[in-house]
Design a protein around this ligand. Sequence first.
Ligand SMILES: *Cc1c(COP(=O)(O)O)cnc(C)c1O
Length: 393
Amino acid sequence: MDFIPYATQSIDETDLTAVREALSSDWLTQGPAVPRFEQAFAARHGVAHAVAVCNATAGLHIACLALGAGPGRTVWTSPNSFVASANAALYCGAGVDFVDIDPVTRNLSVPALAAKLAQAEREGCLPAIVIPVHFAGLACDMKPLRALADRYGFKVLEDASHAVGACYEGQPVGSRCADASVFSFHAVKIITTGEGGMITTPDAALARRLQLLRSHGITRERAEMQLADESTGAWAYEQQQLGFNYRLTDIQAALGCSQLERLDALHAAREHLAHRYDRLLADLPLRLPARAPGPGTLARSSWHLYAVEIVRGPGVADRATVFARLREAGIGVNVHYTPIPLQPYYRALGFGPGQFPAAEAYAAQALSLPLHPRLSEAQQDRVVAELGRALRA
Ligand SMILES: *Cc1c(COP(=O)(O)O)cnc(C)c1O
């Protein structure tokens, strides 16, 4: 039997043609395909500015920097995420803390955030930035989060790595309620450039700061230069701050443009399979992913992951057993995520078990089932049959 991975990329002939054309063009590093991809991505997500970067982790790093993370400041995020969501703040020298999740959506709980903010205000340690993570592609509840940001004066940076093309209140995720949003184009994500990422923002000045941080802190714009005068030649450039080489290549951007054209089809395939899982798994001892609140496309998950929780009870096998049985049967299940504060690196910073009980309870029973556009219904039926068997104690 073939191994069925939990996620994999979808590359078709149009993608191959786009990459072949980029490779035969005059540009391999950042050239004309990068702004083309940025503009197409911004248009698709209904936001004014998009800045392409070499991966989402780099995007979170420079977005944190540009939004004011640094020594003496704190960034809060969800414990139920990939480590990059928190690491980005540490790269800037900022401190990190976490806000527990809502057990139904598995996203950062906005009521828990409100309570933690009230306490932080009393103690004089409000965060500079809060990073909600749209877990599995289901948007966090951004409107009340935005209201808290306006009341307490912190910036909102969405980790939208899972949420390319997802909708919140009828609008695409990506900076309607946030100061900036970061998307990932890693191979397992909704669309891919191999490695790659995008930062979107409605703020032109912030977008310019991000462009500079992406490329060594260097400007070639005469109007921005600090030292230029009439004698300065056209060769001149100025490094004005410490930036990085976080650029995307034109080869990757060409693939990104082509993948973006396919986004609706890729999305529809994921959604079809997710709704089919909902039906096929209804009678098993599982807690299924929450549907987005609100009707239809008003709140549409991008379905990056289909994560279930095992409901423990008599006759139900434990998670480790279910996981091992499925892997043995060639089903590529996974767990998203071990809470970030339980990682050894974060334990050494003072975090530990018991601090974020909802994230820990979810993680203890979580199982991500295979979900990607190339998964056939026959393969999905096999996943469901094996899962039914594996769950029996
Ligand atoms: C994948 C992912 C990242 C990192 O993305 P890269 O493009 O691999 O750097 C960050 N946050 C979350 C939630 C992710 O899933």
